[in-house]
Design a binder for this molecule. Structure first.
Ligand SMILES: Cc1ncc(COP(=O)(O)O)c(C=O)c1O
Length: 384
């Protein structure tokens, strides 16, 4: 039986699957079980920023696996201490304390709970087209009807405003609002970058209403957009910052970084695996790699190079290219999904973001020659 058939037979089909079995990766490349090689602009959906099979992360994992894999949060731990110290150093100023968990949705879940705890209010405002995860709290902040409706009733108290619209934000965020949660650049929603000044206005409106501002940087964090965190482009500091995906070089981990307005939650929130030494060791190695190799600068330079190259002869099917660092959305005048299969035939794996956008989230270590092949493959697939 083919591996894809075995997995298809014995796992719950929650994702629309592509007929590809990936078995190995290195840098920006992955291989399938028949030895075919692909340039991976999926990267675990924006996870493998330091490259697949990063040797420094692998070494840190192997060493930690021989030392101590698990240590619950009721004890202190050396790797966890070093990691939270490091996170405080790289986070936007004032976000000094971290809650460590295992995924993006858990970071968002913690943000929602702590926003309610800290303000004594229950209402949460989120943005249309926003994506924040699939657990019930995070799903209540997520906008897409297809993800939400089958699981109704969701958590009460959530509402959605149009993204990048200051006026509607001012109307929705009032004295009963615990928090406003926004992605500084919307990922799943189509790689949407708000107008300059929008996030600053969000900060001002939250302050006036006494609400907390939460940025969901699960997808944009850790160098993806050309800065360590995307909010640095605007200079706006949130009260809480949700991160995950690239934080630990591919090992599952999430974190909620908190400022002083967030109340501690001793005895009120917790996790078994969150902050385990294995993931912390991987995160320490991944963050050290990001800083030493200046992946933020690499993301900006390589993203700009790609945009220039792709746009030299932009295919007529393309409506727009939107980009923040190496977070790239190519909006088509038609549906994106059929082109993804043809791209794979050309040796490039890519993602959709909404019905008409092809999204590229390559490892930030991708070589220029590889980006050139991605651009050529896109041109081949999108040619008239
Ligand atoms: C902005 C954002 N928030 C939250 C999540 C949920 O993260 P996870 O899938 O790790 O739960 C995602 C996942 O794509 C995301 O892009």
């Amino acid at each position: 039986m083919k591996l894809s058939a075995i997995e298809g037979r014995y796992s719950l089909p929650v994702f629309p699957r592509r007929d590809l079995t990936l078995v190995r990766g290195e840098g920006a490349l992955v291989w399938d079980d028949e030895g075919r090689r692909y340039i991976d602009c999926v990267a675990g959906v924006g996870v493998a920023s330091v490259g697949h099979a990063n040797p420094e992360v692998a070494e840190a994992l192997a060493e930690q696996a021989r030392t101590l894999v698990t240590c619950p949060g009721i004890f202190y731990n050396d790797k966890r201490a070093r990691l939270v110290e490091r996170l405080a150093a790289i986070a936007p100023e004032g976000l000094e304390r971290a809650f460590l968990c295992n995924s993006g949705t858990e970071a968002v879940e913690a943000a929602i709970k702590l926003a309610r705890l800290s303000t004594g209010r229950s209402r949460i405002v989120a943005a249309m087209r926003g994506f924040h995860g699939r657990t019930l709290g995070a799903l209540s902040a997520t906008f897409k009807k297809e993800y939400r409706e089958p699981f109704a009733p969701l958590v009460p108290g959530f509402s959605h405003v149009p993204f990048d619209n200051v006026e509607k934000l001012g109307e929705a965020v009032d004295g009963e609002c615990a928090a406003l949660i926004l992605e500084p650049v919307q990922g799943e929603g189509g790689v949407r970058i708000p107008a300059p000044g929008y996030l600053a206005e969000a900060r001002r409106i939250c302050d006036a209403a006494g609400a907390l501002l939460v940025f969901d940087e699960v997808q944009t964090g850790f160098c993806r957009t050309g800065r360590m965190f995307a909010c640095e482009h605007s200079g706006v500091r949130p009260d809480m910052l949700c991160v995950a995906k690239a934080i630990a070089g591919g090992v599952p981990m999430g974190a909620l970084l908190c400022g002083e307005r967030v109340e501690p939650a001793v005895g009120r929130h917790g996790t078994t695996f969150g902050g385990n030494p294995l993931a912390c060791a991987a995160a320490l190695a991944a963050i050290e790699f990001m800083e030493r190799e200046d992946l933020a600068r690499q993301a900006e330079e390589k993203g700009a190079w790609f945009e220039d190259r792709f746009n030299r002869q932009r295919p007529a099917r393309v409506r727009a290219l939107r980009r923040a660092g190496l977070m790239i959305g190519i909006e088509l005048k038609e549906r994106a999904r059929p082109h993804l299969a043809r791209l794979a035939e050309e040796g490039v794996l890519a993602l959709p973001a909404g019905p008409t956008v092809i999204r590229l989230l390559p490892p930030l270590v991708i070589a220029i020659e590889e980006l050139e092949r991605v651009s050529d493959a896109l041109h081949a697939v999108l040619a008239p």
